[in-house]
Design a protein around this ligand. Structure first.
Ligand code: FES
Length: 109
């Protein structure tokens, strides 16, 4: 398992994401780390419908534990990665996030 420091808590607005590219993690795709209040959750950053980035920069796409894809409005549970509403389907890969002081650490599964 790869564990890396990816940023600072105060750099991510509530409902927004920090997208970590595969070159940084060694994972086969980008990972979106969403802030939900004081908690952070990490899922694969590729919508299971047509592959849009769920953590697209500048978009507030996570609310009440649900991530909404900007492209066709499919939704996913940010904690489990499960698809909630069509046209999202299947499940996103999930990863662990640990907060250490003001730092965000990602464990890639
Ligand atoms: S690409 Fe995400 S819902 Fe269509």
């Amino acid at each position: 398992m790869t564990v890396l420091h990816i940023g600072e808590i105060n750099d991510v607005e509530d409902g927004h994401a920090l997208v970590v590219p595969p070159e940084q993690t060694g994972h086969d795709q980008a990972i979106a780390v969403f802030r939900q209040g004081e908690e952070f959750f990490a899922v694969d950053d590729v919508c299971t419908h047509l592959g849009a980035s769920l953590g697209k920069e500048g978009r507030r796409s996570c609310a009440d534990g649900v991530v909404t894809c900007w492209l066709h409005k499919g939704t996913f549970d940010v904690r489990t990665g499960e698809a909630v509403n069509y046209p999202a389907r299947g499940r996103l890969g999930v990863h662990e996030v640990e907060l250490r002081g003001g730092e965000i650490w990602l464990s890639v599964r």
